[in-house]
Write a protein that binds this ligand. Structure first.
Ligand code: URA
Length: 227
């Protein structure tokens, strides 16, 4: 499979599914990640710098939406052959950590509709289970930006996609956006949903015995919502 990105050799997994796109792995981006990974970073800085990354990810996600030809006239009286956005979008956040990405989406897409999905582990089956969902009523006609900051095993994200597809959204109209992905999670997710694009900021080494991403940043929700 062909790598679609500019990952450094240090972080490039042996093969990357063609539906996976990373942000350009610049020193600037790595500096942002270094701040949010650092356990001594204050909550205020974690919020500020994770928001910067989220904004970059949302912009990259929007780059994957189709456009159609559009002709306009500029104030100089000249006709300009440009493009316009095709179709409508919505965001769907996986609670609770995904909610942290909603503001970044709203900053870029004014009055965007946002749905929510709560998935938790079923203690009996150990499988991800849907506890709550509230999705835009016309979601089947929209492109969906699925928001969850950490792609660890991929279990919650795969369940969320299942729910969204049950509401009539085809796989290829869903774009999953996350800050850090594990190679295992990407492999699981992209094997199940090969036509679904994944935009990630960074691909880490792997998972530890508690299914946390390493080196990772710890529990994103804790870092974001608690001190
Ligand atoms: N969720 C988190 O917040 N962190 C991880 O490392 C994995 C899942």
């Amino acid at each position: 499979m062909v790598a679609q990105n500019s990952l450094s050799s240090q972080t490039t997994p042996a093969s990357l599914p063609p539906s996976v796109f990373t942000l350009p792995q610049t020193a600037q981006l790595e500096a942002l990640y270094t701040i949010i990974r650092d356990k001594s970073t204050s909550r205020g800085d974690f919020l500020f710098y994770s928001d910067r990354i989220i904004r970059l990810l949302v912009e990259e996600g929007l780059n994957h939406l189709p456009v159609v030809p559009k002709t306009i006239e500029t104030p100089t009286g000249v006709t300009y052959e440009g493009v316009g956005f095709e179709g409508h979008i919505c965001g769907v956040s996986i609670l609770r950590a995904g909610e942290a990405m909603e503001a970044g989406l709203r900053e870029v897409c004014r009055s965007v509709r946002i749905g929510k999905i709560l998935i938790q582990r079923d203690e009996e089956t150990a499988q991800p289970k849907l506890f709550y969902s509230k999705l835009p009523q016309d979601i089947a006609q929209r492109y969906v930006l699925l928001l969850d900051p950490m792609l660890a095993t991929g279990g919650s994200a795969m369940k969320a996609v299942e729910v969204i597809m049950e509401h009539g959204v085809p796989e290829e109209r869903i774009i999953f956006i996350n800050l850090i992905a594990s190679p295992e999670g990407l492999r699981n997710f992209c094997t199940k949903y090969p036509a679904l694009r994944v935009i990630t900021g960074w691909i880490d080494q792997g998972l530890n015995e508690k299914s946390y991403i390493v080196p990772g940043l710890g529990d994103f929700g804790e870092r974001r919502y608690c001190s």
